[in-house]
Ligand binder design. Structure first.
Ligand code: TRH
Length: 355
């Protein structure tokens, strides 16, 4: 089938990250024909860079405006149109669909959440005055919702130990017998205090800071950043999505943020802090609590308390002694997640629904 995915980047990289990952799953794993129309092609290209050319050649990345160039005479009407994260279709594109002889199915692909209410809304119709059928699709963790994106597409089908070229210089700075933590978080996290507190554990840490974080850290303090010798900061460049996935698999602990890195941290099978995107109405707290309910179901009380504390930015000296237990829990969570998504996860469920 032909799919048109519409991706409007509100801010950050997550919207593009999810669209790109979905697109390549649909082509590489399911043989679908994909176009992505994106209002920030540069960001999308950045994420997609470095991927196997055969995969990239199969997904047609187009600027937003390219979607309505042929709206008066649509040459190829798609079978499915995805509005990623509820973005509105360009009017001129929609007009093209209205006069086309064959109508597609429109899917409003929502944000991922572990909240139980999505079960009642998943796959429900969203009747439109224009008459083209439209449905809600909710990614999620429960059995009866849209699932999560569980690719990777080869060559990252296994967590692979070959150091990507773009990371070789950074990786050469790593010290032996040193714990590795990657950090990708929003401004507002008490990062400097958190890093300083690591000293209390008496261990050595190499801290992999994603692109721009060192500068963010400097902005958060009026003084020079001074850290104990046991803590080394390593700032890495912005890397491709595959390479970032690789980084997560190479660390003992990860701090991640929006929806895509959050899922990848879980699939890396490592303990992590989810620095969920803060929302004004505090909806993020409800989302985090819903996830923790699922994630910690059946976990011993001591670990539960440690993980909840860590996820709400308690200092690492308070909970890091439970890292081994958390590590085992992360492996078990990953295995369970993969078992529950054995049907192929989000991409396969989307296909099944459309079919
Ligand atoms: O960039 P994000 O903060 O995006 C978020 C989400 O879209 C969230 O849902 C939305 O509410 C918020 O923005 C406004 O975080 P996320 O979702 O983890 O996406 C980051 C993407 O960038 C992910 O696909 C991984 C990728 N990435 C790279 O490709 N290279 C890198 O070097 C890094 C650090 C990330």
């Amino acid at each position: 089938m032909r799919w048109d995915i519409f991706c409007q980047i509100v801010d950050n990289y997550g919207d593009a990250g999810v669209c790109w990952r979905l697109a390549r799953s649909l082509t590489s794993l399911h043989g679908q024909d994909i176009r992505i129309f994106c209002d920030d092609l540069a960001t999308l290209n950045l994420l997609a860079s470095g991927v196997d050319e055969t995969v990239k050649a199969k997904v047609d990345l187009q600027p937003w405006e390219a979607s309505f160039i042929n709206s008066r005479h649509p040459v190829q009407t798609p079978d499915v149109v995805i509005e990623a994260f509820g973005c509105e279709l360009p009017e001129r594109y929609l007009t093209g669909l209205l006069i086309a002889p064959k109508k597609p199915l429109i899917i409003n692909l929502e944000y991922l959440t572990a909240e139980p209410w999505i079960v009642d809304f998943h796959q429900k119709a969203s009747p439109q005055t224009h008459g083209i059928p439209k449905y809600f699709f909710f990614p999620g963790f429960q059995a009866n919702v849209g699932g999560i994106l569980i690719d990777p597409v080869p060559p990252f089908s296994e967590i692979n130990s070959k150091i990507p070229v773009s990371l070789q210089a950074s990786w050469s700075q790593l010290r032996p017998n040193t714990k590795r933590i990657s950090i990708f978080c929003y401004p507002g996290a008490p990062l400097l205090k958190w890093l300083k507190d690591l000293e209390k554990t008496g261990e050595n840490f190499d801290i992999i800071l994603t692109h721009g974080l060192l500068e963010q850290l400097r902005l958060s303090t009026s003084q020079e950043i001074t850290l104990p010798e046991s803590i080394q900061l390593i700032s890495i460049p912005f890397v491709s999505q595959d390479e970032y996935d690789w980084v997560l698999g190479q660390c003992d602990f990860n701090i991640v943020r929006g929806e895509d890195s959050f899922v990848r941290a879980q699939l890396a099978g490592k303990p992590f802090i989810w620095h969920i995107y803060p929302q004004e109405d505090r909806a993020h707290e409800v989302k985090l609590a819903a996830f923790l309910d699922l994630y910690l179901e059946g976990a011993p009380q001591e670990l539960r308390l440690a993980v909840i504390a860590a996820m709400t930015w308690a200092m690492p000296g308070d909970w890091l002694s439970l890292l081994d237990a958390w590590n085992s829990h992360s492996k078990a969570w990953r295995a369970d997640l993969l078992k529950k998504q054995a049907d192929g996860g989000l991409a396969a469920r989307l296909l099944g629904f459309v079919a």
